[in-house]
Design a protein around this ligand. Structure first.
Ligand code: NAD
Length: 323
């Protein structure tokens, strides 16, 4: 490691991306404190080397004490509610948890002088864009409350950074996927394509695909899948890059593979890895599903010195096979 060890609070550190990131930070020599309310996380993924606290980042008083007592210098704010359909049905829960709760955490950070924050944002801030590759300057136009909470908290970070001398980075992940030796995706319900496809393939169940008339090469929707280990490496790069820098202000950076994979290509990769055939049921498009969401990752490369190393679709899919 080229920088002094940091003491990092990871909110949502018992979740999928949080647990993989905790392992990566610890392996790089940083100290990790995990805060999770275990609403969707799993206590058994918390590494032994991390301290852990069960609670909500929305509890501002408690956050002030924790940040102060644990001498936190960097916050990796990963915790959130993140099921799009649920956000449509219950927007109040999402705005309260993801926006109001995150502001409470940010206020606590400012009160005790924590100046570095990295935020788990999402490609959902772009909505249903027409551009074939998304640059960070693309307009923020979320099409569901989940994406709206992410875009709104980015705006809050932008304003607070200017006013309070923060270095705040929003990493806009595209479709995070794959598993590491220690951590697999265990969402309940699982809404993400690749783990659902792998389960269907292994169980011999038919799989619905929505939309076979998009203007894409094989007519199915195209997405950008990035390996969760690459996302963890991006967190590490952001922490180490910005650790020594004061008052850098706000920046938003895409984290994706930079490559598009159609649903049919994902199915082929799953069939190859699992040695089974997936029976596809073609259904009409779902409202709000854009044809293509692929990241321009040049900013991550130039600003963080990061590039995806494990995000080849076949490699991601192989990591999903039962261990
Ligand atoms: N998985 C993806 O493809 C993806 C894509 C873009 C953005 N993101 C964002 O990345 C982050 C992590 O996603 P994930 O897939 O690991 O989800 P996850 O549900 O596995 O992890 C989220 C964690 O946050 C915890 N949590 C929720 N509310 C909390 C609260 N108030 N206080 C403390 N802990 C709380 C949950 O218990 C859970 O452990 C989220 O912010 C999500 O919006 C994920």
């Amino acid at each position: 490691m080229t920088v002094d060890p940091r003491t990092v609070l990871i909110t949502g550190g018992a979740g999928y991306i949080g647990a993989v990131s905790a392992n990566a930070l610890i392996a790089a020599g940083h100290r990790v404190v995990i805060l999770d309310d275990l609403s969707a996380g799993h206590a058994d993924t918390i590494p032994n080397e991390a301290s852990s606290v069960v609670g909500s980042y929305a509890d501002g008083d408690r956050m002030q004490s924790l940040l102060r007592d644990a001498r936190i210098d960097t916050i990796l704010h990963i915790g959130a509610l993140s099921i799009v359909a649920e956000s449509v049905a219950q927007p109040e829960r999402y705005f309260k948890a993801n926006l109001v709760g995150s502001i409470a955490l940010l206020d606590a950070a400012i009160a005790v002088g924590v100046k570095h924050l990295i935020f788990s944002s999402s490609a959902a801030v772009y909505g249903a864009p027409s551009a074939s590759v998304l640059h960070e300057e693309a307009p923020l136009a979320p099409v569901n409350p989940y994406g709206a909470t992410k875009a709104a908290f980015e705006q809050v970070l932008h304003a607070y950074s200017t006013a309070h001398g923060l270095t705040a980075t929003a990493l806009r992940y595209f479709n995070v996927a794959g598993a590491t030796e220690q951590v697999s995706e265990r969402h309940n319900p699982e809404t993400h394509l690749l783990p659902r496809l792998m389960s269907a393939a292994l169980a011999g169940e038919p799989f619905p695909i929505y939309g076979n008339d998009y203007a894409t090469p094989d007519r199915t929707a195209v997405r950008d899948y990035v390996h969760v280990a690459d996302v963890a490496a991006a967190h590490l790069a952001a922490i180490e890059k910005f650790a020594a820098l004061e008052a850098q202000g706000f920046s938003a950076i895409n984290i994706g593979s930079g490559a598009g994979t159609s649903i049919r290509e994902a199915i082929k990769a799953i069939e190859k890895a699992s040695g089974t055939r997936v029976e596809v049921q073609e259904q009409p498009r779902r409202a709000g599903d854009p044809p293509r969401l692929v990241a321009d990752i040049s900013k991550a490369q130039s600003q963080l010195g990061w590039r995806p190393r494990q995000s080849d679709i076949n490699r991601i899919v192989k990591s999903l096979l039962p261990k």
